[in-house]
Design a binder for this molecule. Structure first.
Ligand code: MGD
Ligand code: MGD
Ligand code: MO
Length: 920
């Protein structure tokens, strides 16, 4: 989303979904996982909208949709790519929108080569590192630009005919994503495809809009970020961004998941999507250049004001121009430190202690066995939770203790279990799905020793600071200088209000000294302002906690601007300049939202305009202008370096400027579009503990012939720690089950209510069998294709309630998306047999037996570049695939043995220029 539009958040409020004429829910089970927001989908339906659900399974979302379309998991780029092709070939794209508000007209430089030329690789790929150098994906500089003119002067062709225009490159790229390809690869009939395509096209024009909603069915794949990019391209082509009832609803998970990326718990980001500094950045200028470029368009050009204000919030008066505004105190990244990278380090005994707050990795993270083995390598672990759960009990009752792999008496990890206050026992904010910051009031004081996270961290920091207060050791200085003065109440709990004010930011000097900032426009790069998260500036404007606003819906209009506060600047619908035409007039009366009021000389409407308020339509910037001043009257995407919605992403995506179909990391199906089987940039972690199934067509691939999908149940919550312990929820979903089609059950002799054992290259689990036509057998590549559904909420600890079951995450291996380091946990290969799994050491023996049959080694399935080898081995006769002669990528003869054991991902070399990075 960030690379396409400029911000990583959902484009609109949930309530706005009621304004859609067509809603496509793909990659989410919205009715069951987002039931409150789903009311607006039902409202849209009541108003006449068409609802379509595309999912491997039929769910409660499908049940109320007009149509459910079954898709093979992991193939969404083919379906969305075919929709892009359909829209272009049938001339259904929104011409005036595309030409004015997207980068369709921009010319890409002549060293760019597409996956269509290189059989699944873009230019710039390095097979040694598995990374792209994106230099060749850039725009061609304008032939008329003067020497030294800002970088936004790029060559354009408004007729969109130039062969290197983004529009023509896009058209060629999706040429082979045909209806037939959708049938063959996704298992979707031509009738279903046409229903979907026609529904979307009929509801995307001046009068009508279509909205998409997605969640984990799109994100948790090796090319998850690209699934979302494909949708963004489609929505831009159709003019469905920035208008009522349009957009892409990014459905977030946990109560404050949006908040935990805005003010991140991520290793590679600082608040407000500023990048975490790396060892390569030693001074302020180097750091700023990592954020954005000094001569680009739009609001990211003001990076120095945001970054200096953050440093002032961290270090107070100790942040000065002389010490690079405190950058000198900041820890620096030396590589990737995602949770999965940290797990590798644990296995190498490089991690002593681990703080586990509000998660249950032993159940919820991929590769449960490795997670638990990792914990056994620690010296100590602190778990703060409401109750004991699998992560805290791994040393006594984990599956590895039962198989004999771990012995309790040998485990040296000292576990500290500490009680945490629940959300009703503390105050503070949640930032939910629609970027809305909402204040919670404390309902009661936490019982016993339970404390809030705020209190815990404050107290921890206070005690450490006390210990080092007299130290002059340079390593203690950052802690010594860190601002840490919050008022505390009679229980020692710091004032959460003071923290929100610190996040909002203050004027530090001048006549307004001591006043809260009204918006991020007031932030300065000279050290005279502070602000803990620039996109939240304004949440406390005028000394009012806007997040705590709770004016009832009946007392305000549909937009409910007085309920909570939405970043940025309380804007509800992003990119809303695009709801008006280039002249500033609404595209239609029906879809009127924000428009130019000629007399008033400003943009008006009920929402906050997402545009400089008095920047007139038709305005042309001064050729030397940079930043916000360089925006033209139709640069509707004000965070983008060129002001445009990106059909083609010259930067921002590490795995390619255009989404391209690759098979999941493990798939029994060959990639029918390119000889390149899997995403060449996916992060792989080769080891004997993380074996992968062979690729389609390789020896042993028949050993793991099915794909399983993992998902949630309404009655359970994530790792189940909070729901398996509640009797009334537990009894509704008492046991782990697997959903299988009647055909597969027949074939394997599975009985409804009986047991099945599911075996992957990592583990074997057992589950009750649920035979259901909700999981359709598909025809893929001319063959019967079976998917298996597994809810992932179960775990084995006796401490966690009455309900127990094997964990589906034990089956998964670790392979990550290179953009956001998210694990591919939605689709994975397995074998299934009837009956219960063996107990004790025999469980491990069964897994090993399958590994042996498939001939697995750490290299199996983990080769990055497959194109050249396969091109040699196969003829060009495969369905729809183009001539094998033209396919050998240059320099792609990577030998698997030269690859390193794990791949460093993360921000080095990528430019998180915007709120792109969202972990789910
Ligand atoms: N009751 C309940 N509500 C929850 C949660 C919960 O555990 N229980 N968890 C919360 C959290 S943390 C999150 S992140 C959200 C998650 O919300 P969702 O993402 O909506 O929930 P999931 O069930 O994980 O998966 C969504 C759907 O993706 C489908 N799917 C899997 N692979 C693919 C694919 O390749 N393509 C397509 N098109 N679909 C695919 C699955 O079949 C599933 O129906 O829910 C939140 N809400
Ligand atoms: N196979 C597969 N795996 C997945 C997914 C999937 O779709 N498929 N989804 C992934 C997703 S999106 C998510 S979000 C993760 C979830 O994974 P986790 O976050 O690890 O799972 P939870 O059960 O939500 O763990 C939350 C824990 O925090 C505790 N807790 C709740 N509130 C508080 C609090 O205020 N303070 C403290 N200290 N503790 C608290 C709860 O009791 C619980 O034990 O799972 C991921 N794993
Ligand atoms: Mo989540």
């Amino acid at each position: 989303m960030g690379s396409s539009f400029g911000r990583g958040g959902a484009t609109q409020p949930l309530q706005d979904m009621a304004n859609a004429d067509c809603i496509v829910i793909q990659g989410s089970n919205m009715a069951e996982c987002h039931p409150v927001g789903f009311q607006w989908v039902m409202e849209a339906k009541k108003r006449g909208a068409r609802i379509i659900h595309v999912d491997p399974r039929f769910t409660r979302t499908s049940a109320v949709a007009h149509r459910h379309i079954s898709i093979r998991g992991g193939t969404d780029v083919v379906l969305l790519g075919a929709l892009i092709r359909y829209v272009i070939e049938n001339d259904k794209w929104f011409h005036d929108y595309v030409v004015n508000y997207t980068n369709a007209a921009m010319i890409i430089n002549d060293h760019f080569e597409d996956t269509e030329d290189l059989d699944g690789l873009f230019s710039g790929y390095d097979p040694e590192t598995g990374k792209y150098d994106n230099e060749s994906w850039g725009y061609e500089r304008s032939h008329n630009a003067e020497e030294g003119a800002p970088s936004w002067h790029v060559e354009c062709d408004d007729t969109l005919q130039h062969p290197r225009s983004v529009f023509q490159i896009l058209r060629r790229h999706y040429q082979r994503y045909t209806t037939e390809m959708v049938e063959t690869v996704c298992g979707i009939s031509s009738e279903d495809f046409h229903y979907l395509a026609e529904s979307i096209c009929a509801n995307s024009n001046r009068e009508r809009t279509t909205c998409f909603a997605y969640a984990l069915g799109w994100t948790q794949h090796t090319l998850g970020a690209q699934f979302i990019r494909t949708c963004a391209i489609l929505q831009l082509l159709l003019g469905n961004v920035g208008r009522p009832g349009s957009g892409i609803m990014a459905l977030r998970g946990h109560a404050s998941i949006q908040g935990s990326t805005d003010i991140p718990t991520l290793f590679h980001l600082l608040p407000g999507y500023l990048p975490m500094p790396a060892v390569t950045e030693q001074n302020w200028e180097e750091y700023l250049d990592k954020i954005s470029s000094a001569d680009q368009k739009g609001f990211w050009q003001r990076r120095d004001a945001y970054a200096v204000s953050l440093m002032k919030a961290y270090w107070g008066e100790n942040a000065t121009a002389e010490n690079n505004w405190g950058l000198d105190f900041m820890p620096r990244l030396s590589g990737a430190h995602s949770t999965y990278h940290t797990l590798q380090a644990m296995m190498r005994d490089e991690v002593d202690g681990y703080l586990v707050f509000g998660q249950n990795p032993a159940v919820a993270q991929s590769h449960g066995r490795l997670q638990r083995l990792g914990l056994s390598h620690l010296k100590w672990m602190v778990v703060r939770d409401f109750q004991e759960m699998e992560t805290a009990t791994f040393w006594k009752d984990s599956p590895e203790v039962k198989t004999g792999e771990l012995k309790t008496e040998d485990i040296q990890t000292e576990v500290f279990l500490m009680p945490a206050a629940t959300h009703v026992e503390k105050c503070g904010t949640f930032t939910q799905t629609q970027r809305m910051v909402q204040w919670r009031f404390q309902a009661l004081h936490p019982p016993g020793d339970a404390t809030s996270e705020l209190q815990f961290f404050y107290e921890l920091g206070r005690r450490i600071k006390e210990k080092i207060q007299d130290s002059d050791d340079p390593r203690d200085l950052p802690l010594k200088y860190l601002t840490w003065d919050y008022p505390v109440d009679e229980h020692g709990d710091p004032d959460a209000d003071a923290v929100l004010k610190e996040i909002n930011g203050y004027h530090l000097s001048g006549e307004k000294a001591g006043e809260l900032l009204s918006n991020f426009g007031e932030m300065k790069a000279d050290g005279s302002t502070s602000g803990g998260c620039w996109i939240y500036a304004g949440v406390y404007a005028g000394g009012v906690n806007h997040a705590a606003k709770k004016t009832p819906g009946q007392e305000q209009n549909e937009l409910a601007m007085d309920w909570g506060w939405v970043w940025p600047a309380n804007r509800r619908l992003l990119y809303n300049r695009a709801s008006a035409d280039p002249d500033g007039k609404p595209w239609s009366e029906r879809k009127k939202y924000i428009w130019w009021d000629e007399d008033a000389g400003r943009w008006v409407g009920d929402d906050v305009p997402d545009f400089p308020p008095t920047l007139a339509p038709g305005h042309q910037p001064d050729p030397g202008a940079v930043g916000p001043a360089a925006l033209s009257g139709n640069d509707a995407f004000i965070m983008q370096p060129d002001g445009k919605g990106w059909l083609f992403a010259p930067t921002g995506m590490v795995d390619g400027p255009l989404p391209t179909h690759y098979e999941p990391h493990e798939s029994p199906v060959p990639n029918l579009l390119y000889h390149q089987q899997q995403s060449p940039t996916r992060l792989i972690f080769k080891s004997v503990d993380n074996l992968s199934a062979p690729n389609a067509g390789e020896p042993g691939s028949e050993v793991y012939p099915y794909l399983f999908n993992t998902y949630r149940l309404t009655e359970m919550y994530t790792s189940g720690a909070m729901t398996r312990t509640l009797p009334y929820l537990a009894e509704l979903q008492p046991e782990l089950f697997c959903e299988v089609s009647p055909e597969l059950a027949d074939q394997l002799g599975l009985e409804h209510g009986g047991w099945a054992t599911i075996i992957s290259p990592r583990s074997a689990i057992e589950a009750r069998v649920l035979i259901t036509d909700r999981i359709e057998m598909l025809t893929v590549n001319g063959k019967d294709f079976h998917q298996i559904g597994l809810p992932y909420h179960y775990g084995q600890s006796d401490a966690v309630g009455e309900v127990r079951g094997d964990s589906p995450n034990d089956l998964l291996g670790i392979t990550l998306d290179p953009n956001v380091n998210i694990q591919a946990s939605k689709v994975s290969a397995c074998a299934v047999v009837a009956g219960r799994r063996p107990r004790g050491a025999e469980r491990t023996a069964l897994v090993k037996e399958y590994q042996r049959r498939a001939g697995l080694t750490p290299d199996t399935g983990n080769v990055r570049v497959t194109a050249s080898e396969k091109a040699e081995a196969e003829s060009a006769s495969v369905v729809g695939r183009h001539n094998a002669q033209s396919v050998t990528p240059r320099g792609s003869q990577a030998t698997p043995s030269t690859e390193s054991h794990h791949v460093e991902g993360g921000p080095a070399g990528q430019r998180p220029q915007d709120p792109t990075k969202k972990e789910e």
